[in-house]
Design a protein around this ligand. Structure first.
Ligand SMILES: [Fe+2]
Length: 257
């Protein structure tokens, strides 16, 4: 791990080869927790999965010290997805608070990490030209936000519970409601990306992306917990989702982006 403990799967010796099997240098733990690059039920991995073992690239000084973003660019309003759309109105749907801590492999907080989130609206539609799902866009919801972790490694977002959406991976394929999260350390190559799901969702059993994580306990770590202490009276339900960057409780991450 580098840069405040935020690492990357891209070009890492821990990456898997094209056949989805683990090379000798991939740890047993990593094979259980992290999805293989090639998982045929998740069809697009067949096209984009690497055909040869990955080649680790050495990091140079500019990789480690080059600017990523300015902390002053991130405002408190960026973390409220119910307020950061240009139209200024209230988005439709169930308002929720999502909060958690970013922790390293020893359970220590990762401070000043940039957390970015993106998600569908309450009807299951993204603000993206590639999303032609027959569901309404919400003019008051962009579906994107960001914040920096505080000294406890904590992030907090206010948003709308996303809807499920169809994705044509197979017959009657629906993604379970989820929020995409990206974690940056102090360098661009330190990015990690994952998805947060909601407890009790029957679609999880049918979702090849969720099911591509080999170990059930690791899969469970992608499901947020309802937290009544986070729930705010007369305002929003609260969910807790911690991100652990290594060790026995490591969060499953997606392939390098
Ligand atoms: Fe998505």
């Amino acid at each position: 791990m580098t840069n405040q403990g935020v690492g990357t799967r891209t070009g890492s010796p821990a990456s898997g080869p094209a056949d989805g099997q683990a090379p000798s240098r991939r740890s047993v733990l990593d094979r259980l927790v992290q999805p293989a690059y090639l998982y045929p039920p998740y069809k697009s991995t067949v096209l984009r999965g690497p055909k040869h073992p990955l080649v680790p690239l050495p990091h140079n000084l500019s990789d480690l010290t080059g600017p990523v973003y300015g902390e002053s660019d991130v405002t408190q309003f960026d973390s409220d997805l119910t307020r950061n759309a240009v139209n200024g109105g209230e988005p439709l749907g169930e308002r929720i608070i999502v909060t958690g801590r970013v922790l390293d492999e020893r359970g220590r907080p990762v401070r000043s990490a940039l957390i970015e989130v993106w998600q569908a609206n309450s009807a299951g539609r993204y603000v993206h030209k590639g999303d032609q799902h027959d569901a309404p866009l919400d003019p008051n919801f962009l579906g994107a936000g960001r914040c920096l972790t505080n000294d406890e490694g904590r992030y907090t977002f206010t948003t709308i519970r996303p809807g499920a959406y169809p994705w044509r991976n197979h017959a009657n394929a629906w993604r379970p409601p989820h929020i995409h999260l990206s974690v940056f350390g102090r360098a661009f190559h330190s990015r990690l990306v994952t998805q947060m799901y909601f407890p009790g969702d029957p679609l999880l059993a049918f979702d090849p992306i969720y099911q591509s994580i080999p170990d059930d306990a690791a899969r469970q770590r992608l499901i947020s917990h309802y937290d009544h202490d986070v729930t705010t009276p007369e305002w929003a339900l609260g969910y807790r989702f911690d991100i652990v960057l290594g060790g026995g409780l490591e969060t499953p991450f997606e392939e390098g982006h």
